[in-house]
Design a protein around this ligand. Structure first.
Ligand code: FES
Length: 88
């Protein structure tokens, strides 16, 4: 059995199973939308889940515009969402 990993989502520590995608980690915490559209500010998050739509973009370890559905979590990873930037 693999060890769980601890990541940070918008500065909140979260422990998830190894092999989970970043999007899966966010969904497991009850977060279904972490971006909004430029026009009308409609919520966006996991949509296609296969890397095609780019609705799930997040900043991972200071690298912006990463598809959360395509990146697996690793220990100490820092995930920042647009939603958190908008709150700041
Ligand atoms: S959900 Fe479509 S690219 Fe990630």
């Amino acid at each position: 059995m693999e060890q769980p990993v601890t990541i940070s989502i918008d500065s909140t520590p979260v422990t998830v199973d190894t092999g989970t995608t970043v999007a899966g980690a966010m969904i497991s915490q009850g977060t279904t939308a972490w971006r909004s559209t430029r026009n009308n500010e409609r919520p966006r998050g996991l949509f296609c889940g296969i890397g095609a739509c780019f609705d799930c973009l997040v900043t991972i370890d200071s690298v912006p515009n990463q598809r959360a559905c395509m990146v697996r979590v690793c220990e100490g990873q820092q995930i920042d969402t647009d939603t958190a930037k908008e709150r700041a």
